[in-house]
Design a binder for this molecule. Structure first.
Ligand SMILES: [Zn+2]
Length: 173
């Protein structure tokens, strides 16, 4: 099987008018903002992009991406695999005003001089799907969670104000 890569820039209006579809790969090593938070950058992202015009004639992209990232666990600092599978719908716009006028269903995909940076756009979608604090499941992690931390995490889930409360108590002293 020959590998097909997603082009870096395309003319999105031509793709939308012709209802074109792009299936291919993007190298994680080509995503420079994302790759700084990865432990390993030799993997690929599998991407499908369907272009079209909706009933109002607005150009859109329906996208799907799938990848397995190697992130660094913030507890043990070891690598761990994190799968991202995401669907997204983007409205193609040329100006900020057009972006603001988009129906809620769409996230804006801004063109620059009539061209759209596809890899950056897919990179943005992956960044949106990253975990806030990457870490192993407790049973896979080489660091045992101290009871204080787990107690705190549990408390945080049950009562988000508990931390504030204890801060207040301290300042009352
Ligand atoms: Zn870990």
């Amino acid at each position: 099987m020959t590998e097909k890569f997603i082009p870096e820039h395309i003319d999105p209006l031509r793709y939308a008018e012709q209802s074109l579809r792009l299936d291919g790969l993007i190298k994680l090593s080509d995503m420079h903002r994302l790759s700084t938070s990865l432990s390993k950058t030799d993997d690929m992202v599998t991407v499908s992009l369907q272009f079209g015009l909706d009933e109002q004639g607005k150009p859109y992209i329906k996208g799907h991406l799938q990848t397995i990232l190697t992130l660094q666990c913030q507890r043990c600092m070891g690598p761990f695999s994190y799968e991202i599978i995401a669907d997204f719908v983007l409205g193609i716009v040329n100006t900020l005003e057009e972006a603001k006028a988009l129906p809620e269903l769409y996230e804006p995909a801004m063109t620059k001089e009539g061209s759209l940076a596809l890899r950056e756009l897919v990179e943005d979608e992956i960044i949106l799907n990253l975990p806030i604090i990457p870490k192993h499941e407790p049973e896979d992690c080489s660091v045992n969670i101290p009871t204080i931390e787990s107690g705190w995490e549990q408390g945080k889930r049950e009562n988000p104000f508990q931390v504030l409360e204890s801060l207040k108590r301290k300042s009352d002293k």
